[in-house]
Design a binder for this molecule. Structure first.
Ligand code: BDR
Ligand code: CA
Length: 313
């Protein structure tokens, strides 16, 4: 087998973040160098703890978890307890983690690791607001050309927004950070709502996790059953969108996704459309192409991959 791909997961768990982390931990093709937590779905104190809980659930207390930014670059923090519950990880009863949080700040960790490891070998996987990544880029501009690729969950175009009519949560929470990242020149793959709204946690799919009969399978079932209830009410669908695991699935099996290389620019001026990702899908502007924007997913293949990989934990 070729050398595993080195990744750093930047995240605000979040049940769907948790499933993304589990997918990565169940996949030998990936080596998680570290997990950096950011404020987003819930405040930082909870997201960093939730990240540790998930590592322990997967039997991986050796994974290093770092805490990063407690708030966005410019705007006030907006959280999403109505979706994820008060803890951010409502559903299963997971024990308080015994593994320690790393002392180093997540932004320092990102800079140090990217400057130390061979250039072009590390992929960043942001699953929350882009605050930590933007701060690292501002702090040490030499890291950008050393990043192999950024595969992120965020944005939405054809599907509109999920937190305002035009903005997706991760980008809306820190649009200024998203702007820094999108202008960084790093190759970017974007998993927007246009994709994730096609990856629904139907009853049948949740049952497949339950049938694993393992600790991870049962906890995943409980997380997803809690997570989908808000979106089922909102969208009237059987199941809710499973956003963040799309990022990790892309690294494992890019053929599950289809998209287009185009320009993406974030709105940071208008309050009405704040955080909107303006995707030049038809190439009608002369703005430079900066991201591969996904639009379609083989959703059955995606869930098959998830069940198979979580089944290994
Ligand atoms: C994104 O927002 C969060 O609620 C989810 O974890 C996901 O990263 C979807 O808009
Ligand atoms: Ca997330």
């Amino acid at each position: 087998m070729p050398e595993p791909r080195k990744i750093i997961i930047d995240t605000d768990p979040g049940q769907d973040d948790a499933v993304a982390i589990l997918l990565a931990l169940g996949s030998p093709e990936l080596e998680i160098l570290g997990i950096t937590a950011v404020a987003g779905n819930v405040p930082l104190k909870l997201t960093e703890k939730n990240a540790r809980k998930i590592c322990e659930l997967a039997g991986r207390p050796d994974i290093k978890v770092y805490a990063g930014a407690i708030r966005p670059l410019v705007r006030e923090l907006v959280t999403a307890e109505e979706v994820h519950g008060k803890t951010g990880l409502n559903g299963p009863e997971l024990p308080e983690p015994a593994m320690k949080l790393q002392e180093q700040h997540a932004v320092d960790y990102l800079v140090e690791t990217l400057m130390r490891e061979e250039a072009g070998t590390i992929t960043l996987c942001p699953l929350g607001p882009l605050t930590n990544i933007a701060l690292a880029m501002i702090r040490e501009p030499r890291i950008a050309p050393r990043i192999k690729e950024i595969v992120l969950m965020g944005g939405g175009f054809f599907e509109g927004g999920n937190v305002t009519p035009s903005a997706e949560f991760n980008i809306y929470v820190d649009p200024h950070a998203a702007d820094v990242v999108l202008r960084s020149g790093v190759p970017i793959v974007m998993m927007p709502l246009d994709v994730t709204h096609k990856a629904l946690t139907t009853t049948k799919r949740i049952d497949a996790f339950r049938k694993l009969g393992t600790k991870v399978g049962i906890a995943t079932t409980q997380m997803l059953e809690f997570f989908e209830r808000y979106d089922e009410g909102k969208y009237g669908t059987d199941g809710g969108p499973l956003h963040d695991p799309c990022v990790i699935a892309y690294l494992l099996k890019p053929s599950l996704f289809q998209g287009r290389f185009c320009n993406v620019t974030v709105e940071i001026a208008s309050e009405l459309t704040m955080g909107m990702t303006v995707v030049d899908w038809w190439g009608v502007s002369n703005r430079p192409k900066n991201a591969t924007v996904m639009r379609d997913i083989d959703h059955d293949g995606f869930f098959e991959l998830l069940v198979e990989r979580l089944g290994r934990l």
